[in-house]
Design a protein around this ligand. Sequence first.
Ligand code: FAD
Length: 457
Amino acid sequence: MQRDSVFDLIGVGFGPSNLSLAVRLAEEAGASHLNHCFVERQPEFGWHRGMLLDDCRMQISFLKDLVTLRDPKSRFTFINYLFERGRLPDFVNLKSFYPTRVEFHDYLNWVAQAFDERVHYGETVVGIEPVAATDNSGQVNALRVFSRDEAGREWQRVTHALSVGIGGSARIPEMFATLGPYNVIHTSNYLTSIDRVVGAPQNGPRKRIAVIGAGQSAAEVFVDLTRRYPGVDVSMVIRSSALKPADDSPFVNEIFSPAYTDIVYAQAKDVRRSLIDRFRDTNYAVVDRSLIEQIYEMLYLQNVAAEPRHRLLANTAIEAAVRNSNGQVELTLRDRLSGHACAERFDALVLATGYGRANHLGLLDGLAPYLGDALAQGNVGRDYRLTTPANFKPRIYLQGCCEDSHGLSDTLLSVLALRSDEITASLVQGAKQDRVSGPMIEQQKNGVDGGRIASAL
Ligand SMILES: Cc1cc2nc3c(=O)[nH]c(=O)nc-3n(C[C@H](O)[C@H](O)[C@H](O)COP(=O)(O)OP(=O)(O)OC[C@H]3O[C@@H](n4cnc5c(N)ncnc54)[C@H](O)[C@@H]3O)c2cc1C
């Protein structure tokens, strides 16, 4: 009989959400016995590498790092990172709560390195199946997690609990999806693809690029393109009438406090939705005020120099996108106020069209027949555990896809320190119950290295 290595927890994805959980599990004495590992698609740790633009800043305070709000004495604070890097006094001199994303990435990477032994990098989880009890009771006792590495080899591991922290996926409107990736990229691939898409400087007409979207990423890419490629004209196309500032005023910012999660969660579904809608302008389709001012000034100075190259096309709906025989993309643009339509050609498009948050549905699809309507309905406990039928014992925790139930901070960094604490408490409690009722599957405990022996399929 094939004996499986059985984990207490497998984390799918190793972004900030599961990284924060790794820290919590390491620091909570009561969790030291939990056998766990993480499976991450990327070959090494990376936090939105495609958008690690040189001078872009964090949109939350560094004090909302992976641990400080839970335990400022942890060795994994941003302040300790600065200390160990020898930059603490210099950082203080900056008088800023908002490090660059490049520096925050280095911080996250510094934390991640402490957990290298726990992470299987370069493996994509491709499916999850139930492991039924051996007594034919119909009970599901564990989960089998299937992954594929970069060499195409397949792996499987068995676990009593799962933490899904796979982030969002690039949202590409249908109209652009049909154009293919030749010269149409999403911001998530910006730094990895933009040189290819823009190509070498050429004699003749200047190249034209359109950035589609009105949020922070659109604005950052717009400014970056104007600086990176002096020979390129950039148009930012937005449906709304103006770039709007993100509301980060202090009272409004309280919605990102961990305590606010309780408030949102306690409401009925329709009240939760209206709360979220009321505060959408803290996070979606909004831009940092300083960046808006920078863009306004850049466009103004172009006018002073009578050299208009870059444009903000507001009130503009894109009605069609087709590729012409030269490979350019022709957009049909309609002015939403005048109703006037025109066609414009661009050498490339950058889509700043946001992220979908439904990846977990595909990932957990193999379990759907056993979960009742919990998955489709998004029925999640306050502890982020998917509500499952009584005969489905494995615990599935969802991170980053519970905005509807837990509020706007769910997709952000704001609550990570506390969320990982809540999930750990729930896990420890669940593992205790498992021990009382006794495992009903063939079990062989392994250390972390043992996890690597997960059998090839
Ligand atoms: C450009 C940008 C800037 C941002 N800046 C901020 C900010 O300043 N402040 C803030 O609060 N939030 C910010 N955010 C929001 C962002 O969602 C969070 O910062 C954070 O990334 C959420 O962490 P996560 O671990 O849930 O998801 P992610 O960071 O997306 O990590 C998910 C991980 O799962 C992996 N993965 C996905 N599918 C699989 C699979 N099938 N198998 C294995 N691994 C998989 C991915 O490779 C990835 O590493 C920003 C987002 C973007 C795009």
